[in-house]
Design a protein around this ligand. Structure first.
Ligand code: FNR
Length: 373
């Protein structure tokens, strides 16, 4: 962590062998303010810690000598095959970590056949990101990987709709509606040259919430926060699959499915919004039971290794999103760094599945898990 950060490496040094290694190195490649912004949890960090501790509490009951022939991590979501149950989570302002920002991440994901969810608050336009993904896939002679657009509802529906239409036109395959972060305290000042590229020309938010800032209730920020009727509206507005991100309660999950959500993302926003939310691993099962397999569940929050991914799949998730590690890898080594980080996770996941006796994601069932303490 420095005010004159090191430039990104152009080659991956041999001592980078896990996502934790990237996390250790990242502060040297980021300004102090960017590092703090990426890492922070809200409040006293209870949820941030809970996300990680929940993995540590769980262990495995492997099946011995399973037949691993024909093993594969391939995962079907909305009729599209993902190479593994892994995607890049929407992360705002990626140019905070590297000058190429989202272009580097999406190229890395394309090279590794991994899906990307592009944030409304991306620091490169959604059109340029989609074009970079297509051009890189052509260059590599492979099909494009899944590309989804994450929507933050704007105070005016006309602007939300404009974003959805732009995402459709640019070839995005699903809309991820994030519902848990409309009211989020943030003290971050963006450096020059980094901004919300998709929102150029739209009215700036009329107020942001800052610690110790203005009172919230009665202001436009609170008055225009997403409501259930907005989900119903979005369902009418697009034929693309809709995922609702930020679900932590079975009851709400059922309501979202009733209103037409095609999938849910169980998430506490990486412990960045309401401090005191339970870990994601501790709520997946409730959401899975409530929705009874009607829609796929994805999950994010604290996933850092292949065994972490397996634990979520055993509890009912179909796929997992990776948040902060993208920014760590991007800061340390740009596009090759993110590609390497995804590769590390995929190889760890395959090793964990093989050691558990689970040749496919469908074999990863609740009975493979146990409590360590
Ligand atoms: C986020 N997250 C996020 N989510 C979202 O829906 N839209 C966004 O623009 C952002 N931006 C963002 C920026 C930064 C710096 C972070 C760390 C997170 C939340 C993100 O998608 C995901 O839910 C969490 O990051 C998952 O937790 P881990 O993997 O970071 O522990």
């Amino acid at each position: 962590m420095s005010d004159t950060p090191l430039p990104a490496l152009t080659q991956i040094p041999p001592d980078l062998r896990s996502l934790a290694d990237y996390e250790r190195r990242a502060p040297a490649h980021l300004t102090a303010e960017a590092w703090h912004h990426i890492e922070e949890g809200s409040g006293t960090g209870q949820t941030l810690r809970a996300n990680r501790e929940a993995f540590a509490r769980r262990g495995f009951h492997p099946r011995a000598m399973a037949d691993l022939c024909g093993g594969s991590t391939a995962t079907d979501l909305f009729g599209r095959i993902h190479a593994a149950p892994l995607m890049l989570a929407p992360i705002a302002y990626q140019r905070l970590a590297h000058p190429d920002g989202e272009l580097a991440s999406v190229r890395a994901a394309t090279a590794l056949d991994t899906g990307t969810i592009v944030s409304t608050l991306s620091s490169v336009t959604l059109e340029d990101i989609a074009e970079a993904a297509r051009a890189f896939a052509r260059e590599l002679g492979k099909p494009t990987a899944p590309l989804w657009f994450q929507l933050y509802l704007q105070p005016d529906r006309e602007h939300s709709l404009a974003l959805v239409r732009r995402a459709e036109a640019a070839g995005y395959e699903a809309i991820v509606l994030t519902i848990d972060a409309a009211i989020k305290l943030s003290g971050m000042t963006l450096p020059p040259g980094v901004g919300a590229a998709n929102l150029a020309g739209m009215p700036l938010p009329r107020q942001t919430a800052t610690p110790g800032g203005r009172i919230l209730f009665g202001t436009p920020l609170a008055d225009t926060a997403p409501r259930w009727e907005d989900l119903a509206w979005l369902r009418e507005a697009t034929v693309l699959p809709i995922l609702v991100k930020g679900m932590v309660l079975g009851e709400d999950a059922v309501r979202a499915v009733d209103l037409g959500a095609d999938a849910l993302i169980v998430s506490n926003h990486g412990g960045r919004v309401l401090d005191g939310l339970p870990s994601v691993l501790d709520v997946i099962e409730e959401v899975a039971e409530a929705t009874g397999g009607k829609v796929p569940l994805l999950a994010d929050g604290g996933f850092r290794s292949g065994t972490d991914v397996v634990k979520a799949l055993a509890l009912g998730a179909s796929s997992v999103l990776i948040g902060r590690p993208q920014m760590h890898a991007l800061a340390v080594a740009g596009m090759p760094g993110v590609a390497h980080a995804i590769h590390l996770l995929r190889t760890e996941l395959e090793a964990a599945m093989a050691q558990l006796g689970c040749p496919t994601p469908a074999d990863i069932i609740r009975a493979r898990l146990t409590h360590l303490y």
